[in-house]
Write a protein that binds this ligand. Sequence first.
Ligand code: MEV
Length: 329
Amino acid sequence: MKAIAVSPAKVILFGEHFVVSGNSAISMTIDLPTTVTVEPLKGDEIQIRSEDLDLEAAFSPTGQILQGAGPNAESTLRPIFEVADFTLKKLNQLGLGLKIAVKSRVPIGMGLGSSAATAVATVSALTTLLGWPLSREEVFDAAYSLEKMVHGHPSGVDQATVTYGGLISYRSGKVEATLQVTKPPLLIIGNTGKRRSTGEFVGRVTRLRETEPKVYGRIASEAQEISDRAFDALRNGPPETLGPLMNENQRLLESVGVSSPDLEKLIAAARSAGALGAKLTGGGGGGCMIAAVGKTTHAGVSRAIQEAGGQVLPSEFVTHGVQTALHED
Ligand code: MEV
């Protein structure tokens, strides 16, 4: 018997960072799957394998590393142990042996929700295997609680997006609205390849909010206005208005210090090649940017991002959140 959960990845279209202090963010799920398979194992070890990174580690029920294979196996795989441990504790099942395999197409630490996707898929697969399948709300609550333990002050937007799926507006721990769009915006994702920690950049914005509350307040209310206008444009059109709103959002993100020269190079390349608008997505400081494009500019913008040193990633919209199934074998 094994349970398999597949989570999509996410991109934030508007409102990252400002969502941490109570603004709305607009985000959507994309077709870059993370698959987590959980099987019972004799004994009490939790064995974790990342197929893409070719890493393995075994942990005792108290979290001691028993065995690790591959560079940084323990530090890379420990967050997955923490998710399993948290879930087992919640279900009063501590001491159960498990074999967990993770396979993901999401680049780690690039702003596309790799840690949320892994956490959400692990919680879903494990609870399903143990006969306690959770509602989406419960999966979100568990993944969000875990993220709070890791990052201190996350908004939960990543966990909500990959749990519920689709194009959503998220605010203060809740999905405000799911947009039933027939034609999602056409996007290109460009990856700078520079890995960074979201927590560090969230901390930077928190410090600005604490030391310069008036300045931050003005920027945040402008960001909220942009998210509101973007929501309206996504629901009622015209889609072309999204591009300039993205550019405005990028300007605000730059003003709070979460952009980077690498991101700005890709953003400038996309705009010069005819993108309707472009901005960083997620935590910033590196990671990924997004560009809104029309059908005729798609290929040119994609090429320009690559020529500027970026890697173009698939960005196909998917409407579903995490999906889980039990397999008898
Ligand atoms: C990260 O994808 C989004 C941030 O707004 C952090 C958060 O919301 O917790 C930067």
